[in-house]
Design a protein around this ligand. Structure first.
Ligand code: HEC
Length: 130
């Protein structure tokens, strides 16, 4: 390949990958606000039904790598959205995956495709504590 073309392709790839990184959802900016808005009223300290503490200081440790109560999988398995019970409870696929109970958020409007996609992308990216 001609050197100039190669350099152009390379810089294009670099730009694309940095843009993708900038768009990857972050725990504190994207995930936590959603949990505080829609979930924390029922899931605060972890002593409530569901045993899931989502107060800001507890949320990450309650989710990532932590075994679900209702199903034989973690709540969030870093890198594996399909093995993350949190996502199944929100999509309504929990019953097909060994889980039980209601779809979350209980008694509220279901999350939209954008919010579900954001959570899946965050988990897929390794569920960073960022
Ligand atoms: C109105 C109260 C209420 C709201 C709001 C609510 N939950 Fe729940 N949640 C519960 C109850 C009660 C249970 C246990 C019974 C059940 O699963 O139906 C539960 C169980 C869960 C479980 C299962 C935990 C485990 O380890 O098995 C997850 C995950 C969960 N909720 C996530 C969420 C998320 C995420 C939100 C916000 C988007 C949310 N919930 C909003 C009441 C609520």
């Amino acid at each position: 390949m001609h050197a100039n073309v190669f350099a152009a392709v390379l810089s294009c790839l670099v730009l694309m990958s940095s843009a993708a990184q900038a768009q990857a959802p972050a725990f504190r900016k994207d995930v936590l606000p959603l949990l505080q808005r829609q979930c924390v009223a029922c899931h605060t300290t972890g002593e409530e039904q569901g045993q899931l503490g989502l107060a800001p200081t507890l949320a990450y440790a309650s989710l990532v790598g932590k075994a679900a109560v209702q199903a034989p999988m973690p709540r969030v398995d870093p890198g594996k959205p399909e093995r993350s019970y949190l996502l199944h409870k929100l999509r309504g696929t929990h019953l097909d995956n060994g889980g039980s109970g209601m779809r979350m958020p209980m008694g509220q409007e279901q999350l939209g495709a954008g919010e579900l996609g954001m959570l899946a992308a965050w988990i897929k990216a390794g569920a960073p504590d960022n």
